[in-house]
Write a protein that binds this ligand. Structure first.
Ligand code: PRP
Ligand code: URA
Length: 212
């Protein structure tokens, strides 16, 4: 139980809660949904980067020598298509040096099993902090498969960053990948009988891109 608590970071902040309500509201149009998802991801970036390793450096300011620190490891963002794409801008604005890989996945409507249709990764996965991005952690099938993909590419330091999670999805990741840190801005009640998070926000990919 102690390890479970350490793995799950449920971020609490009035701005996050407020912006999450905008995402959840059914009247929110795609443009505002996109902008708000990016803002929430940027707000989360502060916490998800809290333990990034740093190295000592000596630099020169206009006034003299300064002993300070810089990020030691590269950061790689891996959005799960489609909805994870909406989280890239907010985080990469704050970490402009981050590379971006992609995993294309969709859930089979009947089995809820993830189907992978695309993947492309940077080649330094083993030496970077890898952040898998997907707004929705429902059954956990997509995120678990994506994490396995990046592990197979050599990634050793991996974080899963989602916006809303269901207890079922969190348990699945903890069971399949007990070495992974999970970050959420909201933890909802349950899944409904077709695998959607309740109350959730609906289909994140459709709301982001205005499809249905
Ligand atoms: C959604 C969401 C996650 C997945 C979550 O993607 O963005 O990737 O479902 O569900 P899970 O935890 O049960 O696997 P979807 O399959 O709708 O694809 P899309 O983003 O292309 O719409
Ligand atoms: N995927 C979504 O986009 N929303 C859910 O509630 C569950 C899976």
């Amino acid at each position: 139980m102690k390890n479970d608590i350490l793995m799950l970071h449920l971020l609490k902040h009035p701005l996050l809660t407020h912006k999450l309500s905008i995402l959840r509201r059914k009247e929110t149009p795609a443009k505002e949904f996109r902008e708000t998802l990016e803002e929430i991801s940027a707000l989360m970036a502060f916490e998800i980067t809290r333990d990034l390793p740093v190295k000592d450096v000596t630099i020169e300011t206009p006034m003299g020598i300064c002993h300070t620190q810089e990020l030691e490891m590269g950061v790689i963002l891996i959005p799960i298509l489609r909805a994870g794409l909406g989280m890239v801008g907010g985080i990469s604005n704050l970490i402009p040096s981050a590379s971006v890989g992609h995993i294309g996945m969709y859930r089979d409507h009947d089995t809820l099993e993830p189907k992978t249709y695309y993947s492309k990764f940077p080649n330094n996965m083993a030496d970077a902090v890898v952040m898998v991005l997907d707004p929705m952690l429902a059954t956990g099938g997509s995120s678990s498969a994506a994490i396995q993909f990046v592990k197979d590419q050599g990634a050793k330091s991996i974080k899963l960053v989602c916006i809303i999670g269901a207890p079922e999805g969190v348990s699945r990741i903890m069971k399949d990948h007990p070495d992974i840190q999970i970050y959420l801005a909201g933890m909802d009640e349950k899944l409904n009988d077709i695998g959607y998070i309740m109350p959730g926000l609906g289909d994140a990919g459709d709301r982001l891109f205005g499809t249905n």
